[in-house]
Design a protein around this ligand. Structure first.
Ligand code: AMP
Ligand code: MG
Length: 500
């Protein structure tokens, strides 16, 4: 069954039933979007279908064939080793959505692994997919989280201590789960026929607005992938998201964030931070390197597509779109983030120094920008601790930058109110791009610990709060506190392995 699949983009495979599927949580707004009612969700069949024990009429499950570059090296065939697409549905608005189970049992692409997923990583994928969506970041979504009732053996730290953990299945939802790696695999095998068919299929299905002759269409398509990828990365940099495993098999052809594994959120601002223990040595996928890695990945895609777009100059110009869009959007994003919207003013140095101070004074990324937004029009005392409050992780590092930060705050305050912009308008605009709530690693870990002990209330609480990440939510302050000291080096809170 497990094999190299040649000459085909997918393999028909059904989910393997589980012992006792039970629904832990459901994103009800997404359920409604694809046509499920509240009573559908409560019906035992819902957990049976999304736990892999039953199919709805018309579902034709399959697993996709893809390859990928992992940590910079070509890894050959990977494929949906534990993901099974159930089918697609067209909602009343005419939108097409694919439903895909993750952790539903082995497929031809499972290699030596079991095709399953554990509860802790499933909670993380479920919550983060929805958190990103509500933050306005392009992402695959998550409909449901189901406990399987089965146990799964995992060596969480890859240190020879495997343990049984509760199993779970997430149902992911997206218009398409096609990745860069779906194209790379056929190029690597020089299977131009399958590659051509997949390219034409993807353009026709997922980019129907692109018209023209064959070459025009394919080039416009690659250009749009570059464009969308750039915009996605700018969003990651805006909210402090670190994907952790930006292999080409984890890059969506639609520019969606996909495959939530050892991801993390920046607490103390540090461009060199990576949440992934597997990446701790080279830090290839560190926060500050994500823009470059996305570009590197796009070049791998362009290489694969060079078999069907046989004009190097044209391929290069498509890829160039990435840097153009990234540069312009990153700039605009930072101006919005710092409340300095006037594009004609040269605030580059002010922004650069702002980031330098975030790092040098070891400040909390999310809380810093919210605090900046809250600074009033008239300020007499520019002392950082007065204006910024509880943003410092290390008092001595904060104290060492006290004067530099105070002087920066003065300059920033003047620049932010130049051209008659008032503080109220600025605050509204800043709060719309600087979230109050992000899914901090330690907060997710507390929900995981509770669910592992049988109490899912924290998962439900987070699912509710993450729906309005830009609004302050009274009573939920414990979910937005900066990372406590106990979590600085705790597994799941500051570092994660790929084991999932
Ligand atoms: P990831 O690092 O999660 O993106 O996974 C890389 C590859 O390994 C993909 O092809 C996955 O489908 C596969 N994979 C990861 N975990 C499992 C598992 N437990 N069983 C089967 N395949 C897996
Ligand atoms: Mg993956």
């Amino acid at each position: 069954m497990r094999r190299q699949v040649l000459g085909a983009a997918w393999s028909a495979v059904e989910p393997t039933p589980v012992a006792n599927p039970s629904l832990v949580a459901c994103a009800t707004d997404l359920a409604a979007l694809i046509g499920f009612t509240e009573s559908d969700i409560q019906h035992p069949d819902f957990a049976r279908v999304f736990g892999g024990n039953a199919l709805m009429p018309g579902m034709q499950p399959y697993a996709a064939c893809y390859g990928g570059h992992q940590f910079g090296n070509w890894a050959g065939q990977l494929g949906d080793g534990r993901a099974i697409t159930l089918g697609e549905t067209i909602n009343t608005a005419g939108e097409r959505w694919e439903l895909q189970l993750k952790g539903a049992g082995p497929t031809p692409y499972s290699r030596s692994a079991d095709g399953r997923a554990v509860l802790r990583s499933s909670i993380r994928e479920f919550l983060c997919s929805e958190a990103m969506h509500h933050l306005g970041v392009p992402t695959t979504r998550a409909l449901s989280l189901v406990r399987t009732g089965d146990s799964v053996m995992r060596d969480m730290f890859y240190n020879g201590n495997p343990e049984l953990e509760p199993g779970a299945i997430v149902c992911r939802v997206a218009p398409s789960f096609i990745r860069f790696g779906n194209f790379e695999i056929f190029a690597a095998r020089n299977d131009v026929d399958t590659l051509t068919r997949l390219v034409d299929f993807t353009i026709a299905r997922d980019y129907p607005h692109i018209q023209g002759d064959e070459t025009t269409r394919r080039v416009a398509w690659l250009t749009e992938i570059a464009d969308r990828t750039a915009r996605m990365i700018v969003h990651w940099m805006r909210v402090g998201f670190v994907h952790g495993v930006m292999n080409t098999d984890n890059m969506s052809i639609l520019g969606l964030t996909i495959d939530y594994g050892p991801y993390g959120w920046v607490d103390n601002f540090d461009p060199s931070w990576t949440p992934n223990t597997t990446d701790a040595q080279g830090r290839r996928y560190r926060f500050g390197q994500q823009p470059l890695i996305a570009q590197w990945n796009l070049v791998r895609l362009a290489e694969a597509l060079s078999l069907v777009i046989r004009d190097e100059a044209v391929l290069q110009s498509a890829i160039d779109r990435y840097a153009e869009v990234y540069t312009a959007e990153y700039d605009a994003m930072n101006r919005a983030k710092f409340g300095l919207p006037d594009a004609s003013a040269d605030n580059a140095e002010l922004i650069r120094e702002g980031y330098a101070l975030l790092y040098d004074a070891e400040m909390d990324f999310t809380r810093f920008f919210r605090a900046l937004g809250n600074i009033p029009q008239h300020v007499t005392d520019f002392a950082p601790e007065v204006l910024l409050g509880d943003v410092f992780y290390d008092d001595s590092k904060g104290a060492a930058q006290h004067e530099r930060l105070e002087s920066w705050l003065r300059t920033w305050h003047a620049a932010a109110h130049a051209n008659g912009q008032n503080a109220e308008a600025r605050q509204t605009a800043m709060h719309a791009v600087n979230p109050w709530f992000v899914l901090r690693n330690y907060v997710a870990q507390q929900a995981i610990d509770a669910s592992t002990a049988g109490d899912d209330s924290k998962v439900h609480e987070l699912l509710e709060v993450l729906r309005n990440p830009y609004n302050e939510q009274p009573g939920k302050e414990h979910l937005v506190a900066r990372r406590p000291e106990w979590a600085r080096h705790k597994a799941g809170c500051s570092m994660l392995s790929c084991s999932s």
